[in-house]
Design a protein around this ligand. Structure first.
Ligand code: UTP
Length: 288
């Protein structure tokens, strides 16, 4: 079955970015000049996903507004003959159909995904955590959709991480099936290093069956009292199996100010009109 819909949970407080997140949604903070959430929406659209459901809290409507047409801006750009920028602006609003559901209490990631249950219905779907930005020629979610088509059960993105990162991440117990694909034998959230079954950590891209909604509803609050998505996926895995797809591409966690800054510098270094200036400035800054 094709994956037509994606959920992007974006209702969190963004406490690590306070004070700016008092009024600006975290996902609207820029990686250079694009809001962080645009990376996930673009990845979904490139993979053929048609409908994206944003889970937001009240006051975060800018997240969805951003992906709607901007007629007066487009008219002004047309009158000025700025065809490239006009095309880029139209491209943003035509990437995918977007809609919003609200999470009125921040009860955790699993709870946020549950808010999209009616919008998704009874079909498999993708989840993107917008804090994870992945630079890849072929978007990982598209590869994960192929794995899903082959095995028919949940697929989770993972990445090899250094030992020091393990205790703050979700880690899988993997059985390798090919160079990049694993059958998951189990998952643990935030293990002690000595208890970790591997150094393959869960990254924010998932292809899930709708059974996960029941698992979230039936689950009990886990770590730090939040309703965890990993616990619900683990419950479904025990019944149906689950698979992991290992990403090897450049990846940034823009959920922290340092990660956001690194992603912005990386984006600037990719741009012909900025790379030289940035390289010179960085080299000089490192000498001082
Ligand atoms: P985080 O754990 O990074 O939380 O959530 P946060 O609020 O975004 O940031 P901090 O930790 O306060 O700095 C991971 C993802 O899950 C969403 C967040 O918006 C983020 O995209 N989320 C989390 C929700 O939508 N609702 C929740 O209740 C919790």
């Amino acid at each position: 079955m094709d994956i037509r819909k994606a959920v992007i949970p974006a209702a969190g407080f963004g406490t690590r970015f306070l004070p700016v997140t008092r009024t600006v949604p975290k996902v609207m903070l820029p990686v250079l000049n694009e809001p962080a959430i645009q990376f996930s929406v673009r990845e979904a659209a490139v993979a053929g996903i048609e409908h994206i459901v944003f889970v937001i809290s009240r006051g975060q409507e800018a997240t969805n507004d951003y992906f709607q047409p901007t007629p007066s801006l487009e008219l002004a750009l047309e009158e000025r003959g700025n065809a490239d920028l006009l095309q880029a602006m139209r491209g943003i609003s035509s990437m995918a159909h977007t809609s919003v559901v609200y999470q009125d209490e921040q009860l955790g990631l699993g709870h946020a995904v549950l808010m999209a249950k009616d919008a998704i219905g009874d079909e498999p779907f993708a989840v993107f955590l917008p804090d994870d930005i992945i630079y890849a020629d072929s978007p990982p979610i598209g590869e994960m959709m192929r794995v899903f088509a082959e095995y028919g059960s949940s697929v989770i993105a993972v990445k090899q991480v250094p030992d020091a990162a393990i205790p703050s991440l979700g880690v899988i117990d993997p059985e390798p099936l090919s160079e990049r694909v694993y059958r998951i034998k189990g998952m643990v959230e935030k293990p002690r290093l000595e208890d970790a079954p591997s150094n393959l950590a869960i990254i924010g891209r998932y292809v899930l069956t709708p059974d996960v909604f029941d698992a979230i509803e039936n689950g009990r609050p886990g770590a730090i009292g939040e309703i965890q998505l990993t616990d619900a996926i683990e419950a479904v895995r025990a019944e149906q199996g689950a698979y992991a797809y290992r990403i090897i591409d450049d990846h940034f966690d823009v959920g922290t100010p340092a990660g956001m800054l690194k992603a912005s510098v990386y984006a600037a270094l990719l741009r012909d009109d900025m790379a030289r200036e940035m390289r010179e400035w960085l080299a000089a800054a490192l000498v001082d």
